[in-house]
Design a binder for this molecule. Structure first.
Ligand code: BGC
Length: 522
């Protein structure tokens, strides 16, 4: 099976090793970190349409919603406290991901995962038993700290454990588990909303304890990665672990490369400052723009607020949650398509096809909602077929995202950074993603209230910009070993100007980044 990330061993090296049950199970357990992130993304939107939840914590929003039943639908959920509930998690995650980089480096990936799991657990407990708004927001911040720790350590863990041939596929496995988490949250919201007595929201929020326990217990059982062990001076134990992980005795070449990569990364004292060098301009640009664009597709408007959105466009509360379940299913299925196609069709094709697909859908949805709701936000009677068409186009939009910017927004940055800046650049990627996730979560309801159906055109505008950017500035990275990636920039019509020959020795590569998988920096 070709690596889904298009990553082969550099310079003809082929490390021996198999996809052993040991590595498979370890990666599946570790990928559960994505499940928790997804659960968090999916749960809040549904909970904030549950009437008993609104009545208990956000009474003014509920009163406004009731009063607005037949008037302005766009503004019925506009509340700063309500958006704070949703978006506090991402701000906390941003802070935690910066702190987690030190824990991950100095104490190992497993400890970061353990912290992540424990923080989730505490957050889920506080949320499940919440009696006041401050408990809700405090609990969500704890969940956010958990997300920050998990998102910092889990992708690193996966790419260090995976044999190089499967690294790409396993990376998209992380995205797949995010989408499964979102779907599970949607299904649970749908069922819990039906519970008599109106306490179903407690189960939805408290339910985060289950994936939290899985990752907490999992992190205690998981082996540490050889990279991390070497970095922390456990060199001989690391060699034995590598043999076990790869299922072969002959691991010398990979092991030496891991040691060399670790030594090299220790020599770089200021990876953050390094990033500002001229030769890293393309990498820095991608580390900032890719996550920023991923969020400006507007996907999280659907992921966080699908039930709110569907209820706004005229579905009953129950039908709204059901529609969110449908979009969640489409999200998972379309991610599988990208796992299948990313190495056959290439990243650029998926980015561009997904962009066109999202653009068309956004235009149709804006037109449909604009035509019915106008600027007054009063739809009158909404025919059923009309709402179905809107949901259909939202599904096609979600599919477009799920096989383009969703997985590629994580995969492409992870495959383009050279060894010596990989860790710092990856942190920028995660932080920018969290900042923009926070911004979209925080301003969406206000934007819906003020921009009305124009909101969809706002995101459509960015889809045009990002697709143009990909067309002109993102080189194809399919099937190119990480170690050869400099060639991609050197032969690019624009980025080549930053790639002076002097930066790279005669063979076009950096000596210490030769070692295929061993070229990983941490
Ligand atoms: C994004 C999330 C988004 C999810 C949807 C991820 O790649 O980072 O913000 O909610 O995809 O599936």
């Amino acid at each position: 099976m070709p690596a889904a990330g298009g990553i082969g061993p550099g310079n003809g090296k082929e490390y021996p090793g198999n996809l052993t049950p040991f590595v498979t199970v370890s990666c599946i357990v570790a990928a559960m970190g994505g499940l928790i992130f997804g659960y968090d993304i999916g749960i809040s939107g549904g909970v904030t349409t549950m009437t008993p939840f609104l009545q208990k914590f956000f009474r003014r929003v509920w009163e406004k919603k009731e009063a607005a039943k037949s008037t302005n639908q766009y503004c019925q959920y506009d509340s700063q406290t309500l958006t704070m509930f949703t978006s506090s998690l991402y701000l906390a995650a941003l802070l935690a991901s910066l702190a987690a980089s030190t824990v991950t480096r100095k104490l190992g990936r497993r400890l970061s995962m353990l912290f992540g799991g424990l923080l989730f657990l505490a957050g889920a407990l506080i949320n499940g038993f919440a009696k006041a708004v401050w408990m809700l927001i405090f609990g969500r911040m704890l969940l956010g700290f958990g997300v920050g720790f998990a998102n910092q350590s889990v992708p690193l863990y996966l790419s260090e454990m995976a044999p190089y041939k499967y690294r790409g596929a396993l990376n998209i496995g992380f995205q797949l588990s995010i989408t499964i988490g979102i779907l599970v949250a949607n299904v649970l919201n749908y069922s819990f909303a039906k519970i008599k007595g109106g306490w179903g929201w407690r189960l939805s929020l408290g339910g985060a304890m289950v994936p939290a326990l899985i990752i907490t217990i999992g992190s205690l059982l998981l082996p540490d990665t050889p990279n991390s062990m070497i970095e922390r001076g456990q060199t001989e134990e690391a060699r034995a672990k590598l043999k076990r992980i790869r299922g072969v005795d002959d691991v010398d070449e990979e092991f030496m490369d891991l040691v060399a990569a670790s030594d090299a990364s220790k020599l770089v004292e200021h990876p953050w400052r390094n990033l500002l060098q001229r030769k890293y301009r393309p990498h820095l640009t991608m580390a900032i723009l890719i996550p920023c664009f991923q969020q400006l597709t507007g996907i999280n408007v659907i992921m966080f607020y699908a039930p709110v959105l569907f209820s706004t466009i005229g579905f009953g509360d129950d039908a709204s949650l059901m529609s969110a379940v449908i979009t969640g299913t489409v999200n998972v299925a379309a991610t599988l398509v990208s796992i299948y196609g990313v190495d056959q069709w290439g990243r650029r094709f998926l980015f561009l096809e997904g962009g066109v697909q999202m653009l068309i859908c956004q235009a149709v949805v804006a037109t449909c909602i604009g035509a019915k709701f106008g600027t007054s936000g009063n739809p009158g009677d909404l025919p059923k077929w009309y709402a179905i068409v809107v949901v259909l186009f939202i599904c096609v939009y979600v599919a477009g995202f799920a096989w383009s910017w969703g997985p590629l927004g994580w995969l492409v940055p992870s495959e383009i950074f050279p060894l010596e800046i990989r860790s710092a650049a990856q942190s920028i990627n995660v932080s920018v993603n969290m900042i923009f996730t926070f911004l979209v979560a925080q301003v969406f309801l206000i934007m819906l209230c003020h921009m009305k159906f124009g909101l969809f055109l706002f995101f459509a505008f960015f889809v045009v910009i990002m697709s143009t950017f990909v067309y002109y500035f993102l080189p194809e990275t399919k099937g190119i070993p990480i170690e050869e990636m400099n060639q991609v920039w050197k032969s690019h019509w624009y980025w080549s100007r930053f790639m002076e020959d002097i930066d790279y020795p005669i063979n076009g590569d950096l000596e210490l980044s030769k070692g295929g998988q061993g070229a990983k920096n941490v």
